[in-house]
Design a protein around this ligand. Structure first.
Ligand SMILES: Nc1ncnc2c1ncn2[C@@H]1O[C@H](COP(=O)(O)OP(=O)(O)O)[C@@H](O)[C@H]1O
Ligand SMILES: [Mg+2]
Length: 276
């Protein structure tokens, strides 16, 4: 049974889509059968993977709308082990309709659980709000990966999603766990990044992922080229970090789904090359 990981935080511009695309790509390079699902009506995963509108034959809107099955909307990519379900950039009317369809909170869980055996990992890119599609994703998921970018209100957003996860666990999905908090755009040598990181490690020592993604211009360049950064520039520091993140997630999950990080020294700085 494949593991379903939602990438979520109720804040925009924190690296959710970047993490979803690059982690899914990295997992597929590691020979893991991976399905990436775009659940953000902004539809950014499609362009990050180089999918143009005309190439898209069905999407998550069709699944929520009962006009196509999940299997019918899975798109093949150039990578052997990477499949993708897009969400087309919706007009206002369809976005309102989708928000109503998303009220059917168990639909996503049911359709994903029925196909999860065909994959090792299913990665869901969530929108920057909790109501609706993100809630559906958390009900469907085994775990949540929380990207963190230093900035105003970032810590509030982490608290907010952890609170929301508690609700979901109580009411819908008792096995939901935190895959980890990921520093998704870490600026080495800046005091503000270092302080935020220290604060996060102090507050959530058991939840921090060992791998840290550095801020890197290769990621910004890739968005203009409509390609995952790992593919465009595999030797960039951020690409190497995403490959390490895939290793970390594979390793963590081979120990068992709900193994927490308590047995891993979060201050192990081999990968981050930073001293605490
Ligand atoms: N490690 C990084 N280094 C530099 N820029 C990054 C990095 N991660 C993300 N970005 C940039 O930050 C912006 C927001 O990222 P995105 O993944 O779209 O966030 P979200 O999906 O949470 O809204 C994008 O322009 C992206 O290119
Ligand atoms: Mg996004």
């Amino acid at each position: 049974m494949g593991k379903i990981i939602a990438i979520a935080l109720p804040k925009g511009g924190v690296g959710k889509t970047t993490a979803a695309v690059n982690l899914a790509f990295a997992l597929s390079l590691k020979k893991k059968r991976t399905l990436l699902i775009d659940l953000d009506p902004a539809g950014c995963c499609s362009s990050s993977l180089g999918f143009i509108k005309e190439k898209i034959n069905g999407d998550m809107f069709d699944v929520f709308n009962f006009s196509k099955s999940l299997l019918q909307v899975i798109q093949k990519t150039e990578e052997e082990n990477l499949s993708f379900i897009p969400l087309k950039n919706l007009n206002y009317k369809d976005e309102v309709r989708l928000s109503k369809l998303a009220a059917n909170q168990s639909l996503l869980r049911n359709v994903l659980r029925a196909e999860a055996h065909s994959f090792d990992f299913i990665i869901i890119d969530c929108p920057p709000y909790l109501i609706g599609l993100t809630t559906d994703a958390l009900i469907a998921a085994d775990s949540v990966l929380i990207p963190f970018m230093t900035g105003k209100f970032s810590m509030n957003a982490v608290d907010k999603i952890l609170d929301h996860m508690d609700n979901i666990k109580k009411n819908f999905n008792q096995h939901l766990s935190v895959e980890g908090i990921l520093m998704s755009n870490y600026e080495y040598n800046t005091k503000v990044s270092f302080t935020a990181k220290k604060e996060l490690y102090a507050k959530y020592p058991d939840l921090m992922l060992r791998t840290v993604i550095p801020k890197n211009v290769a990621i910004v360049e890739a968005t203009f080229q409509n390609k995952p950064s790992i593919k465009l520039n595999p030797s960039a520091k951020s690409s190497v970090a995403y490959l390490l993140l895939a290793d970390e997630i594979i390793e963590k999950n081979s120990l068992g789904y709900y193994q927490v990080l308590t047995d891993i020294d979060v201050k192990d700085t081999i990968r981050t090359k930073e001293k605490f």
